[in-house]
Design a protein around this ligand. Structure first.
Ligand code: FMN
Length: 169
């Protein structure tokens, strides 16, 4: 038994073909996200799936014109509905909760033979305006999804011995 392929061969995809994503596949990706765990199961999220040409083009502009953002047939804006809740350890929960959900979506997308890229390089105020996100909410990240048009080499990771410890730091 190895780590599942979707994780072992994980790589971000930034080039996509013109092929659209079937609505039922998009639905499965979104469903995977909302199965993710969250602090106290509060699920402080709202995912805005964007497939229309016009809205995607506006989002690309708000993401400083990054080509891969414009070329992906699906952009999911992962938003939070609560920016204040702190977990018992004193940390703010929403970036963690949203990241959990987006990770689940990425793995589902990969299992569907699709590529994804997390995008955080954007003008949040502009994205909020484009997607009518309420003032008090936040767009935590964008997840772009599409059919891969590249086969990038695996990215390196730090040595296991540097990042994993047992019993103490
Ligand atoms: C929190 C986070 C933010 C990221 N922001 C961006 C981004 O704004 N633009 C982009 O092209 N890639 C972005 N990425 C993708 C990373 O650059 C990529 O995951 C990293 O270089 C490792 O490559 P890999 O995913 O192929 O292993 C982001 C990834 C994460 C997890």
């Amino acid at each position: 038994m190895q780590i599942i392929d979707e994780i072992r061969e994980w790589v971000t995809i930034k080039k996509y073909t013109d092929e659209k994503i079937e609505p039922e596949i998009l639905e499965r990706i979104l469903d995977a996200g909302i199965r993710a765990p969250s602090a106290k199961n509060r699920q402080p999220w709202r995912f805005i799936a964007c497939t229309g040409d016009s809205v995607r083009s506006k989002i690309m502009d708000a993401a400083y014109g990054q080509d891969h953002v414009g070329s992906a047939p699906v952009i999911i804006a992962a938003c939070t509905t609560n920016i204040e809740y702190k977990m018992p350890n004193g940390q703010i929960s929403y970036p963690i909760d949203i990241s959990m959900a987006v990770s689940f979506m990425m793995i589902q997308a990969r299992a569907e033979k699709l590529g994804t890229c997390v995008v955080t390089t954007y003008d949040e105020a502009e994205i909020k305006d484009i997607l009518s996100v309420p003032y008090s909410m936040r767009v935590v990240m964008l997840l772009i999804v599409g059919h891969p048009d590249e086969d990038p080499i695996l990215t390196k990771r730090k040595l296991k011995s540097r990042v994993i410890a047992h019993e103490h730091w």
